[in-house]
Design a protein around this ligand. Structure first.
Ligand code: SF4
Length: 295
């Protein structure tokens, strides 16, 4: 088996920065209560570990006690969350990724320029909710077929931004649909660089290997997108949410395998996946195998 590892494994810089900050705070101030508004990353292993270290993950702001600090994760949060916490005098640690913050700023500028903000992404994703919560009004589209004259009724100018981890081709297809309905469209490509690099690499390498393994949680949007991209290029793609499941995967022992991971996947999961792949049996040399077959 020949294994090729992605050059973009484990956390993106935004997630790594937030995780380092949180782990440092928990270690330095064991008596203080830290709340995280939503999940820091969509990965069960990471969340479990942080809970064990003392982090409280909340969605409802009324769950916050009188003391303690609230950490805003890399996905960001709507403005009303910051306002609510500051009005109540609660300490806020803003760990929004700089690239997500840039999307907030671009959306606000588009709105100030007279456009209705349109977000291309998953309306249920925390990042998309956060972007929408930085402007007075936002429309969200996840697929081109959602773009209808009714959905965009009254919109004469659309200011379009994209969820940082969205697939570029899908974003462009939705954008094209919008341009057929709205007279004026301003587009800001806000897919972040770490996401673009991962997506381009996976697409390229999926076509050059027999099989692809995508390591990460199914709850992570960017990891699911990598899977979808690889599956578009290769018929042998496996989602590895539990590295221990690798043992039973139907991959030929002499296959070439490309291993990639989502931006929220811990390195320990990638290392375990590689270790288990390497332990799979090595096929006998071709001549020897033939000899055995004929004999
Ligand atoms: S995926 Fe991009 S925008 Fe999101 S945290 Fe990572 S670097 Fe930041």
């Amino acid at each position: 088996m020949r294994i090729t590892l992605s050059g973009n494994l484990s956390y993106c810089f935004g997630v790594r920065k937030t995780l380092t900050l949180v782990e440092d705070l928990l270690a330095r101030n064991p008596d203080r209560t830290y709340y995280m508004y939503g999940e820091i990353v969509h990965n069960e292993l990471v969340i479990r570990d942080l809970r064990q270290k003392g982090l409280s993950i909340i969605r409802d702001l009324t769950q916050i006690g009188p003391t303690g600090s609230v950490i805003i994760p890399s996905h960001g949060a709507p403005l009303r969350v910051f306002e609510d916490l500051r009005t109540r005098g609660i300490d806020v640690i803003d760990a929004t990724c700089p690239m997500v913050r840039l999307i907030h700023e671009k959306a606000q500028r588009l709105e100030a320029g007279g456009a209705v903000v349109v977000i291309l992404g998953d309306p249920r994703h925390d990042e998309v909710r956060g972007i929408a919560g930085h402007v007075s009004r936002a429309l969200v589209f996840r697929r081109p077929e959602e773009v209808t004259p009714d959905a965009l009724a009254g919109v004469l100018k659309a200011g379009v931004v994209v969820q940082s981890t969205f697939i570029r081709e899908e974003a462009l297809a939705i954008l094209e649909a919008i341009t057929t309905v709205v007279p004026e469209v301003v587009f800001e490509d806000t897919i972040c660089r770490p996401t673009s690099e991962r997506q381009e690499e996976v697409r390229l390498m999926a076509g050059r290997h027999d099989c692809v393994l995508i390591v990460g949680s199914r709850r992570s949007a960017n990891t699911r997108h990598l899977y979808d991209l690889a599956a578009g290029e290769n018929g042998c793609v496996h989602f590895v949410d539990d590295p221990e499941g690798i043992v039973g995967l139907p991959i030929a022992a002499d296959a070439t395998v490309f291993i990639a991971s989502g931006a929220s996947t811990p390195m320990s999961a990638v290392e375990r996946a590689v270790e288990l792949m390497q332990r799979r049996p090595i096929p006998p040399p071709a001549g020897e195998a033939e000899g055995k077959k004929n004999g």
